[in-house]
Design a protein around this ligand. Sequence first.
Ligand code: BGC
Ligand code: BGC
Length: 754
Amino acid sequence: MRRTTRGTPERGRGRTPAGTALRGRLRRLTAGAAVSLMVACSLNGTPAAASADAPPAYEDPALSVDDRVEDLLSRMSLDDKIGQMTQVDRGALEARPGDLAAYRIGSVLSGGGSAPTPNTPQAWAEMYDSFQRAALSTPLGIPMIYGVDAVHGHNNVRGATIFPHNIGLGAARDPGLVERIGRATAEEVSGTGIDWTFAPCLCVARDDRWGRTYESFGETPELPGAMTSLIDGLQGDSLGAPGSVLATAKHYIGDGGTTGGDDQGNTELSEAELRAVHLPPFREAVERGVGSVMVSYSSWNGAKLHGHRYLITDVLKGELGFTGFVVSDWAGVDQLDGREGFTASEVRDAVNAGIDMVMVPHDYRGFIELLRGEVRAGRVPMERVDDANRRILAKKFELGLFENPYTDRSYTSTIGSAAHRELAREAVRKSQVLLKNSGGLLPLAESAKVFVAGKNADDIGNQSGGWTITWQGSSGDITPGTTVVEGMRAAASDPSKVAYDRHGNGIDGSYDVAVAVVGEKPYAEMEGDRPGSMGLDQEDLATLSRLRASGVPVVVVLVSGRPLDIAGQLGGWDALLASWLPGTEGAGVADVLYGDHAPTGRLPVTWMRSASQQPVNDGDGKDALFPYGYGLTYGDAGPEEPEEPEEPEEPDDPGQAPCTADYRVVNQWSGGFQAEVTVRNNGSAPVDGWQVRWTAQDGFTLGSVWNATLTRSGDTVIATGADWNARLAPDGSATFGFTATGSPAVPETVCAGP
Ligand code: BGC
Ligand code: BGC
């Protein structure tokens, strides 16, 4: 009774009927409501399974997602349900081709670098379709969902567009750009069939020694919060629309706050601090309808997140109202007891904590058997299994997988397309942060005689960083793209104006300027932590001293996943540009070096004066080398030392202000609370900035604030709109939030005119 589209891989993934409306409805539906719906169906005495010749209700796209989920669930055995909760790495399944169908496995993933051979878009699409055929061959024909780490573009695929890693996007401070990157990434992912990406990382990186700092948009909750716009791009107007993929907010929660920046370590914070620093981006992601959330390997005050019922079930699903599904991290459940190999108690604790799908990723037979045993023994309640299935199946229906299960090949040609590379180049140039520019050495004249050196000047692998083609990334010509020196040659009036030697050999006094492209080599989680020195390596230091010995002025372009400890060398450099990890479009760096575009990026993290300062963050009072938010542009005659932040302007007469502030306490705990304030422009003209002021009552101390900046003078607290939400169209609104102790007075609002 299967519709013909099942068997036609050519068909694109179509729109599910009223996909957006369904998504909205589903978000409001509580588990309780779903249960009563099921009861009502059977009371009617017409369980859909009874009519043998009509197509089953769950296959009818005209029905609501909820109805389809309930109908399907009523037909599923325990083994079917456990299969839906199981996610397996492609390599493990390819070794035993019959197992996907036999074990009713609901999800497949590619871990970092887990690619088909050859690593081409076509081979990915064929691999996807063949897993999907196996899933559809099972009695109920439930499609599998395939997930991948497309964390800076579709980065496992050779030839894909590689965008800057998140730290660079945080520097660009442009949520709209990030949304467009999400859309482009979703198209490339769709072109290989894949439905789901494990992105964005909403980690708030508080200690740059952490090897995943570059996966963070920045050290304050505001930046990752604002960049959840990536989710809008990935998931599109509706999940069922062509070219949309499911997004993942990860890693819940506190991954960037571990003591010492230890990867998978322990985040030691009070609940108020955890909520103030690490929760806001997840709240924002849930509000944007993110489809899945991945749990963090790390612990909170010694308790591993993978078993943390309070944070997963009570806070995320309850308080934040998350209706999507929660996926574990790679072998994260198996790590609960710190020993290799699943145990019944690990499986029970993780599922009962609220994990819906387990990224096994290899020993699925063991996992399935243990979960079945726990359910049969009543130690994992059947309602928990049903809840997990409802959450997972709802996303499969919303994605349109039942109607259009195969690769939409119309997107395959977008992989590495000129349009996407142009977007990546825009992102690269907007992410460059100019930190020093003595005597206006930059921009370079097109006709300048330039000597380029450094290990990251002509190396696509190095400029792309970890999570590129392989898990840890690697040096060399790993995928097509434009290196920094290639971009510079194209920007110069004549390519021969740009000489290059990796080690700086051959430079002499005839050059106008030397450009050293130095920094870090690729790394990813586990291997990237730098608990000791955070300085440049011996090769870079030797290259730099060769350049400096020539007497030619030196520009340093730092290609790195985080700030490095460079204070000792900075005095000998004439200019410094932080390029982060730009990805495949090195021409974006040249755009800024040659002044085709002036630098506009600003630091998404505080730049240490020495490694011993770590952790160093905005507002902690430490004497940074460059503060959070710092960044020069051309024509800045300005001092190299950052200016003091300006006092907020005296607001206009509040009586004339067209704005109102709606103040709500959204959460309270002993000794503190969290509030949200929505500022609305009720006037008929746009306003170019807003402020909310209130008088601090006794005992009022601010914790953290997001989507606004806060200043306090005496008893007056003033919140000022951030770059991305300060301007309000008529009827427009912006919401900011904060945590504090004590109680605030009701705020007054002021809209500053242009
Ligand atoms: C990482 C995740 C990633 C997963 C799948 C884990 O080791 O922590 O960020 O999504 O692997 O590759
Ligand atoms: C996988 C990664 C995964 C890591 C975790 C690697 O083998 O490729 O995706 O995140 O293991 O240990």
